[in-house]
Design a protein around this ligand. Structure first.
Ligand SMILES: CC(C)(COP(=O)(O)OP(=O)(O)OC[C@H]1O[C@@H](n2cnc3c(N)ncnc32)[C@H](O)[C@@H]1OP(=O)(O)O)[C@@H](O)C(=O)NCCC(=O)NCCS
Length: 151
Protein backbone atom coordinates (compact mmCIF):
# COMPACT_ATOMS: atom_id res chain seq x y z
CA UNK A 1 0.00 0.00 0.00
CA UNK A 2 1.25 3.47 -0.88
CA UNK A 3 -0.29 6.76 0.30
CA UNK A 4 0.81 10.00 -1.35
CA UNK A 5 0.08 13.64 -0.54
CA UNK A 6 -1.47 15.51 -3.46
CA UNK A 7 -0.19 19.00 -4.47
CA UNK A 8 -2.69 21.87 -4.64
CA UNK A 9 -2.24 22.01 -8.44
CA UNK A 10 -3.41 18.40 -8.83
CA UNK A 11 -6.35 18.42 -6.41
CA UNK A 12 -9.05 19.20 -8.97
CA UNK A 13 -8.08 16.06 -10.95
CA UNK A 14 -9.88 14.15 -8.20
CA UNK A 15 -13.07 16.23 -8.29
CA UNK A 16 -15.22 13.39 -9.69
CA UNK A 17 -14.24 11.21 -6.73
CA UNK A 18 -14.68 14.02 -4.18
CA UNK A 19 -18.20 14.58 -5.53
CA UNK A 20 -19.18 11.01 -4.59
CA UNK A 21 -18.81 11.91 -0.92
CA UNK A 22 -19.82 15.59 -1.13
CA UNK A 23 -22.20 16.45 -3.97
CA UNK A 24 -21.53 20.17 -4.47
CA UNK A 25 -18.35 21.70 -5.94
CA UNK A 26 -18.78 25.00 -4.05
CA UNK A 27 -18.91 23.10 -0.74
CA UNK A 28 -15.78 21.08 -1.65
CA UNK A 29 -13.93 24.29 -2.57
CA UNK A 30 -14.51 25.58 0.99
CA UNK A 31 -12.04 23.02 2.36
CA UNK A 32 -10.05 21.67 -0.59
CA UNK A 33 -7.21 24.23 -0.60
CA UNK A 34 -6.90 24.72 3.14
CA UNK A 35 -6.79 20.93 3.64
CA UNK A 36 -4.32 18.12 3.04
CA UNK A 37 -5.33 15.66 0.33
CA UNK A 38 -4.01 12.12 0.20
CA UNK A 39 -4.46 9.34 -2.38
CA UNK A 40 -4.16 5.64 -1.54
CA UNK A 41 -2.69 3.18 -4.05
CA UNK A 42 -2.18 -0.55 -3.75
CA UNK A 43 0.97 -2.43 -4.68
CA UNK A 44 1.54 -3.37 -8.28
CA UNK A 45 -0.42 -0.72 -10.22
CA UNK A 46 -1.14 3.00 -10.38
CA UNK A 47 -4.91 2.74 -10.00
CA UNK A 48 -6.07 5.05 -7.19
CA UNK A 49 -8.14 3.17 -4.61
CA UNK A 50 -9.24 5.97 -2.27
CA UNK A 51 -8.75 9.67 -1.53
CA UNK A 52 -9.36 11.91 1.46
CA UNK A 53 -9.10 15.55 2.58
CA UNK A 54 -8.27 16.60 6.16
CA UNK A 55 -8.33 20.14 7.59
CA UNK A 56 -7.02 21.62 10.80
CA UNK A 57 -9.95 23.27 12.63
CA UNK A 58 -8.32 24.25 15.93
CA UNK A 59 -4.84 24.01 17.45
CA UNK A 60 -5.29 20.33 18.37
CA UNK A 61 -8.34 19.40 16.30
CA UNK A 62 -8.46 17.99 12.78
CA UNK A 63 -11.47 17.14 10.63
CA UNK A 64 -11.88 14.54 7.93
CA UNK A 65 -13.78 16.54 5.31
CA UNK A 66 -13.99 13.99 2.53
CA UNK A 67 -13.15 10.32 2.14
CA UNK A 68 -14.11 8.10 -0.76
CA UNK A 69 -13.09 4.67 -1.92
CA UNK A 70 -13.49 4.17 -5.69
CA UNK A 71 -16.80 2.25 -5.92
CA UNK A 72 -15.34 -0.94 -7.46
CA UNK A 73 -12.80 -1.11 -4.61
CA UNK A 74 -15.24 -0.58 -1.73
CA UNK A 75 -15.59 -3.13 1.11
CA UNK A 76 -12.02 -4.33 0.65
CA UNK A 77 -10.60 -2.62 3.72
CA UNK A 78 -9.05 0.45 2.03
CA UNK A 79 -11.23 2.94 3.93
CA UNK A 80 -10.31 1.47 7.30
CA UNK A 81 -6.58 1.43 6.39
CA UNK A 82 -6.83 5.05 5.24
CA UNK A 83 -8.31 6.12 8.61
CA UNK A 84 -5.51 4.26 10.43
CA UNK A 85 -2.96 6.15 8.28
CA UNK A 86 -4.66 9.52 9.02
CA UNK A 87 -4.63 8.86 12.78
CA UNK A 88 -0.96 7.93 12.63
CA UNK A 89 -0.09 10.96 10.44
CA UNK A 90 -1.76 13.57 12.67
CA UNK A 91 -1.36 12.12 16.16
CA UNK A 92 1.74 14.17 16.91
CA UNK A 93 0.00 17.38 15.80
CA UNK A 94 -3.37 17.06 17.50
CA UNK A 95 -5.56 15.13 19.90
CA UNK A 96 -8.95 14.76 18.19
CA UNK A 97 -10.21 13.89 14.73
CA UNK A 98 -13.77 14.84 13.78
CA UNK A 99 -15.90 13.80 10.84
CA UNK A 100 -19.34 15.06 9.83
CA UNK A 101 -21.75 12.95 7.83
CA UNK A 102 -25.37 12.56 6.90
CA UNK A 103 -27.57 10.28 8.96
CA UNK A 104 -26.78 7.17 6.90
CA UNK A 105 -26.60 3.86 8.81
CA UNK A 106 -23.99 2.37 6.42
CA UNK A 107 -21.63 5.35 6.70
CA UNK A 108 -22.13 5.61 10.48
CA UNK A 109 -21.28 1.89 10.75
CA UNK A 110 -18.08 2.49 8.77
CA UNK A 111 -16.94 5.30 11.08
CA UNK A 112 -17.87 3.39 14.23
CA UNK A 113 -15.88 0.41 12.91
CA UNK A 114 -12.97 2.86 12.55
CA UNK A 115 -13.16 3.91 16.23
CA UNK A 116 -15.33 7.04 15.98
CA UNK A 117 -18.11 7.76 18.47
CA UNK A 118 -21.01 10.17 18.03
CA UNK A 119 -20.24 13.71 19.18
CA UNK A 120 -22.93 16.24 18.22
CA UNK A 121 -25.48 17.19 15.57
CA UNK A 122 -25.71 20.32 13.40
CA UNK A 123 -29.42 20.66 12.69
CA UNK A 124 -30.52 21.25 9.07
CA UNK A 125 -26.92 21.45 7.80
CA UNK A 126 -27.67 19.79 4.47
CA UNK A 127 -30.86 21.76 3.72
CA UNK A 128 -29.27 25.06 4.76
CA UNK A 129 -25.97 24.67 2.87
CA UNK A 130 -26.65 22.73 -0.34
CA UNK A 131 -28.52 23.95 -3.43
CA UNK A 132 -30.37 20.65 -3.90
CA UNK A 133 -31.89 17.93 -1.76
CA UNK A 134 -29.60 14.91 -1.24
CA UNK A 135 -30.56 11.34 -0.52
CA UNK A 136 -28.67 8.37 0.90
CA UNK A 137 -30.35 4.97 0.65
CA UNK A 138 -33.64 6.73 -0.19
CA UNK A 139 -33.52 8.94 2.93
CA UNK A 140 -33.14 12.72 2.61
CA UNK A 141 -30.07 14.12 4.35
CA UNK A 142 -31.10 16.87 6.79
CA UNK A 143 -28.82 17.09 9.83
CA UNK A 144 -25.03 16.70 9.99
CA UNK A 145 -23.98 14.02 12.47
CA UNK A 146 -20.53 14.66 13.92
CA UNK A 147 -18.39 11.82 15.20
CA UNK A 148 -14.95 12.01 16.79
CA UNK A 149 -12.07 9.80 17.81
CA UNK A 150 -8.78 10.30 19.61
CA UNK A 151 -5.68 10.88 17.56
C1 LIG B 1 -17.46 5.13 3.40
C2 LIG B 1 -16.40 4.50 2.49
C3 LIG B 1 -15.25 5.51 2.34
C4 LIG B 1 -15.88 3.23 3.15
O1 LIG B 1 -14.76 2.77 2.41
P1 LIG B 1 -14.45 1.22 2.18
O2 LIG B 1 -13.07 1.15 1.59
O3 LIG B 1 -15.54 0.59 1.41
O4 LIG B 1 -14.46 0.70 3.69
P2 LIG B 1 -13.84 -0.63 4.30
O5 LIG B 1 -13.82 -1.71 3.27
O6 LIG B 1 -12.53 -0.29 4.95
O7 LIG B 1 -14.93 -0.97 5.41
C5 LIG B 1 -14.59 -1.20 6.76
C6 LIG B 1 -15.83 -1.60 7.53
O8 LIG B 1 -16.77 -0.51 7.57
C7 LIG B 1 -18.11 -1.03 7.48
N1 LIG B 1 -18.73 -0.61 6.20
C8 LIG B 1 -18.11 -0.02 5.14
N2 LIG B 1 -19.00 0.25 4.15
C9 LIG B 1 -20.20 -0.18 4.60
C10 LIG B 1 -21.51 -0.20 4.05
N3 LIG B 1 -21.78 0.30 2.83
N4 LIG B 1 -22.52 -0.75 4.78
C11 LIG B 1 -22.28 -1.23 6.01
N5 LIG B 1 -21.05 -1.24 6.60
C12 LIG B 1 -20.04 -0.72 5.91
C13 LIG B 1 -17.99 -2.55 7.50
O9 LIG B 1 -18.03 -2.96 8.87
C14 LIG B 1 -16.59 -2.75 6.91
O10 LIG B 1 -16.00 -3.97 7.31
P3 LIG B 1 -16.41 -5.36 6.56
O11 LIG B 1 -16.39 -5.09 5.07
O12 LIG B 1 -15.34 -6.28 7.02
O13 LIG B 1 -17.78 -5.69 7.07
C15 LIG B 1 -16.99 4.11 1.11
O14 LIG B 1 -18.17 3.36 1.30
C16 LIG B 1 -17.32 5.28 0.21
O15 LIG B 1 -16.44 5.78 -0.50
N6 LIG B 1 -18.60 5.72 0.20
C17 LIG B 1 -19.04 6.79 -0.68
C18 LIG B 1 -18.50 8.13 -0.23
C19 LIG B 1 -18.97 8.49 1.16
O16 LIG B 1 -20.14 8.40 1.48
N7 LIG B 1 -17.99 8.93 1.98
C20 LIG B 1 -18.26 9.35 3.33
C21 LIG B 1 -18.80 10.73 3.33
S1 LIG B 1 -19.16 11.27 4.96
Amino acid sequence: MNIVKINDNDKTKYMDLLLIADEQVSMIEKYLYRGDMFALYDDGDDDVRAICVITQEQADTFELKNIVTVPKYQRKGYGQKFIAFIVDYYNKSGSELYVGTGDSPAILRFYEKCGFVKSHIVKNFFVDNYDHAMYEDGQQLIDMIYLKRDL
